[in-house]
Design a protein around this ligand. Structure first.
Ligand SMILES: [Fe+2]
Ligand SMILES: [Fe+2]
Length: 295
């Protein structure tokens, strides 16, 4: 029995006043990039309006785990070197940590740190998979990985009693969130994440990666990006036990939504995961240090 019906839930989601927002700057950038007629100057000028974002952006692109080889010292340089889309991804990445907060997550039995550690782990792992296979833009993977479970934050804000209910059932039965969620809520965190990403005017490839990350399919705007996030999530859940993922994940990833040669590349990465994941784990640690502990 659901805690509420789908119509009620959707109504609450669309009318809720306290949905997480992106900083104005990030929204402006998303609008600008959707218009297709922007310039380096335009984009740099908008970013420069928010000095806090500028300093975080430069810190991130110059961080050891982000992988730009020589030092980037200005926003213009970042825009030229990384390109419009990657700069948007970086701005969203450094902004969302402020947007996606909860007043008293511990009252719900929910750990925000654990949530972010998982999201960062998926971001780093998916980015690594894309770098190694050349299948997608690594920065797209990073931002989509970072955002893939944001629907959970919305559940915590809009439907806190349902989240408590879900977390209690996870504990009782020792199964993962995705299995329990469908018993409690008619709309799950993946769909909710997509609704929020659309509101934020993120590209449809990212929106669909959020929507389908537990069950990839060909109808996604960009099945490769989706599959990289899905695989990053499956791998991460195999190596880290968390409150919402109390058992290590033994399910095989779904890689069939992409072409045969891409599927082969990802399958090979998956088969060899024990060899390369220790190195990625170290990168995840550095990224957690950057995003969570250095704020
Ligand atoms: Fe998820
Ligand atoms: Fe996840």
């Amino acid at each position: 029995m659901y805690d509420m019906d789908a119509d009620n839930m959707m109504h609450t989601l669309t009318s809720f006043k306290d949905l997480p927002t992106l900083p104005v700057i990030a929204l402006e950038i998303n609008r600008l990039l959707a218009s297709d007629t922007t310039s380096v100057n335009n984009l740099s000028r908008i970013i420069a309006k928010d000095q806090a974002i500028v300093s975080k952006l430069l810190k991130l692109v110059n961080s050891s785990f982000f992988g730009v080889r020589s030092k980037v010292s200005s926003v213009e340089e970042a825009v030229v070197r990384l390109g419009f889309n990657s700069v948007r991804n970086v701005v969203v990445s450094v902004s969302i940590f402020e947007s996606l907060t909860l007043a008293h997550p511990e009252d719900l039995g929910f750990s925000l740190v654990e949530f972010w550690e998982h999201s960062i782990a998926v971001a780093v792992t998916s980015r690594y998979l894309s770098e190694k296979t050349g299948l997608q833009d690594p920065d797209d993977c990073f931002v989509a990985g970072l955002l893939h479970d944001i629907g959970l934050i919305v559940i915590a804000r809009c439907f806190p009693e349902s989240l408590v209910n879900i977390l209690r059932k996870i504990k009782e039965r020792n199964v993962s969130l995705y299995d329990i969620e469908k018993e409690v809520l008619p709309i799950r965190h993946n769909k909710i994440g997509e609704i929020l990403a659309k509101k934020w005017q993120l590209p449809s490839s990212v929106c669909d990666a959020l929507k389908y990350h537990h069950a990839p399919n060909r109808s996604a705007a960009n099945p490769e990006l989706l599959t990289l996030i899905h695989l990053g999530d499956v791998i991460t859940r195999r190596f880290f036990i968390t409150t919402i993922n109390p058992e290590t994940n033994s399910a095989s990833p779904v890689l069939s939504s992409i072409g045969a040669s891409a599927e082969k590349k990802l399958d090979l990465m998956y088969q060899n995961v024990n060899l390369w994941f220790p190195g990625v784990r170290e990168t995840i640690r550095e990224a957690c240090e950057f995003f969570i502990r250095h704020e």
